[in-house]
Ligand binder design. Sequence first.
Ligand SMILES: [Zn+2]
Length: 1081
Amino acid sequence: MQRHMSYLQKHPAITRSRVNNFVNDKGQWKDVNIQALLYDLRVSGEPHIKLEVWSAPGQERPSFKHAVKQEFRPAKTTHWFRVNVDIPKEFAGKAVQFLFDSSSEAMVWSAEGEPIMGLTGGNGGERHVDYLLTANATKDEPHRLFYVEVACNGLFGNGSFTQRPQDRDIYYRLSSVELVAPNPSAWALFHDMEVIVEMAGRLSSESPRSWQALTAANDVVNAVERADLSTVDAARGISRAFLDVPSSPASHQVYAIGNCHIDTAWLWPFAETRRKTARSWSTQLGLMDDYPDYRFAASQAQQFEWLLQDYPSLFKRIQQKAQDGQFIPIGGTWVEMDCNLPSGESLARQFLLGQRFFKEHFGKTCDVFWLPDTFGYSSQLPQIVRLSGAKYFFTQKLSWNNINTFPHTTFRWIGLDGSHILTHMAPSETYGAQCRPGELIDSLKKHKDIAYSNESLYLFGNGDGGGGPLRHMLERLRRMENLDGIPRIKQTHPREFYEHVEQNSRELVAWKGELYFELHRGTYTSQSNNKLWNRQSEFLLRDAELLSTVASMGSHHDSAFEYPADELTRLWKLVCLNQFHDVVPGSAINMVYRDSREMYESIISSAKEIRKKAAASIFGPSFACTAEQATGLALLNTSGWMRSDVVAVPEALYTRFFAAKNLMQIRTSDRAAFIPVANVPGFGIQHIDTDTNASIQTVEHPVRVFKDAGSGYVMENRHVRVTISDVGQITSYYDKVQSRELVPKGAAANVFELYDDVPGYWDAWDIEIYSLEKFKSLNASVVSIADQGPLVASLSVCVPISEASVLTQTISLNQMSPRLDFDCEIDWHENRKCLKVSFTWDIYSDMATYETQYGIVQRPTHRNTSWDMAKFEVCGHKFADISEFGYGVALLNDCKYGHSTLENTMSLSLIRAPKSPDEFCDMGRHKFRYAIYPHSGTFSESNVVQEAYHFNVPLLQLPTGSDQSISGDTSVVSISPPPPHKHHPFFSVSGARNVVLDTVKRAEDDSQSYIVRLYEAYGGHARALITTRFPAEKVTKVNILEEPMESDTEDGQCSVHWLTHSTSLEVKFKPFEVVTLKFTR
Ligand SMILES: [Zn+2]
């Protein structure tokens, strides 16, 4: 026998190639390898299968032969097949499958209309084309009738998203429709061999198991004779002998969980996701019946709600499986949201909506925050997660970092305020594992904290476009569960993994602050309309809730005002939906943004309507008038702070009550009237006295602008003198009070730079570091004076970008403030370019400060280490600030998020021009605003938080009717000092200027209570006095879910104290703490 041996250890690659060819389901060996043995019988066509198709619109009834050859077009249409099946007698005693491959996604429906399972055609790893008709056919099988709904799109939309256009016609071919009888032994051997062959390839050659695997696989190939099926069973003896060697008790422990990542919209529209959810999850229910150990986790309450609406019977089956513990709702949020762009309140609402849904429909909230695929993680997440009833966090996206390797796998993540959550990043570095030995070997190899924790999570199942685990994955998993050479595997609820880590791990390492994602930095900028509408929606909903709460609680003109709870919930759901991690970041196809625009229109118009109705209820019916009926004007300040400003009243409005000749200044561009207003109270209203205003003819401290020969244009008020060159750049910004020049000699601010923006692969996603090397500065072609003062001075600037694109901006300075505003309009038609604006200041600082959710994040201005360098483009919300001892400058914006600071130069990314997956991304006209706000003192000593707020939320102009002046409540809430007025404010916050009163709403499910949410914004302790006009029986510190907190201070003392008569309370804050108070009346 010795002479037949081929000495395989001397040439392992040749043998590996041989055993690979034996299992390969593609290519030239399919007719001679194990693939040829997998089916005992197969038939197709009539009389066994009769197909009828109905395509919308129009009807046809093609013959089977015709249907098989049918090409479905265009892409993204739907076709229904009626399938009549008669199982032939020769199938008796065998299992029978219906194979249906439309090369696209499809769903099998019963004749009664019950969704049964999803199918995915094609030849990829996601292929799933078999529907089991019977496990054991008889000689007289009944006639079967069912339907297949074919969607003309694949799991990943239509074709590669890097090809344009996405919406082009794509053809799908019905490539097979068959009845087959699988050979169970051949399938079992096939699954055995898939495991053994990969172990032979992936285990280190130092491991005897790799040689044992190669030898066993080779022996199996030698044993199988195609002509004699009994050899398959003999070969299984060989494979089983290898697979029966158990792992040692000290091996690495993997907790495996099935999942299918379904992007709520990406390369397909929201409407397709509704069907994807049904297809994917119905398939999983079937697998759960066959594999009792199998566990499957699904996130995103929004997808569950869609399922409840569209497929109620399927939803019921899922609830049952959830009760049995096999189907695991997870994550706790409304969608798997982006965590860079949404505001703090938006993140809170993701959890409030999500957890409430899971509690209502599945009996409990989720304790694992599940976000495998988002593009970076805000430093406030640990606190928000804790305040939302969860304490564990799963992700893996940082494995995509393209500069530094994130150093931890299992660690305590410590947030901005010191809250921490146990965090795990799957060492297999995927959420779509295929149950292959290599991935499990990696779970051990790539684990970076094995010294403290010898266990890891493993997420398997096809994803992004859904699909989920397939039968053959579970078959392989079963074989690997207790197998020497592979970590031990247990299928379980992810919670069990975290609990086990908590109980058994030694002290874990910690990571403080944001989990910055070193990729997809373009998502702070792409699809700029969505960024703008998201920002506007967040502020509008805040105002709508605040005013509705007050209107619904008090003794106002219209005490019958009913809090529009359902409508507000609907609007918040839409805001949260659009924060999905491929929607607001800008990485979806054009179709998605068409839907998104409609949703934002609905949010914005409805929130404005609510705001208007609530204001009329609070302040009196005269506030319900239209602009045409107006005889006066009031200004509503919905921010928490007293403010003064120059407002621009539209011509259509002021001509009703101002005589134009008496007005101090009319804006040249649109004839709006500039009106100065002083000390409008926080959360309060001020009536414009039309008589008094009209009588003022002089302005005490006017602003002026003039052309200065040699240097360009000078704008000057009592705070600053700004020089703008003939090419539109700021060459001097002089603080007259501090006698300080902000622009270094030879440098400039407001410099437009056009960068080449060609990323490595992910077009809409990435701004790459090399882009910084290639740009040109743009000069204005025209600068001219627009408004002369005395209230507002402004310049018109026109900056040609290219033959096709142009930017115009109005630079304005009012008489009250050192802040310089830039109102921009751009007509943008570029290809892979990014426009930035930069500002160089004479400020020396190693750190810049950026606003994040409920606080700030500081990042280096240098590139000392590769970690610093990787942050060449970062996310900031309403402001970025650079400060040194005694002085600083903030850059404010109304809808931009992409920032960078290098040494003393700050830049803001304004617009990009990626071409995939949306070839029309950001083409056309856009409006946006930014501003420069210089301040004395460091950032902590400044009021940049307030100023950025005011820049985003202008005083609201409310036309008032003729018969009454303001007779309702004139202050809604007030920040100290309270305005002199006969009414007490509804609330006031005093004693802590670092505390922001952010949200006021009615409590969920509790008509007697309202909620006030505040946060500490600068990073220090605070003791704030909160006074309420609505005496409450009780005030409770609650979490985001509005449940009482167990114990909120370390010393065990409550941090909330009533002071007098249940109207004033003292609230202590820790740095960056978010405090939610529930007032019960
Ligand atoms: Zn995703």
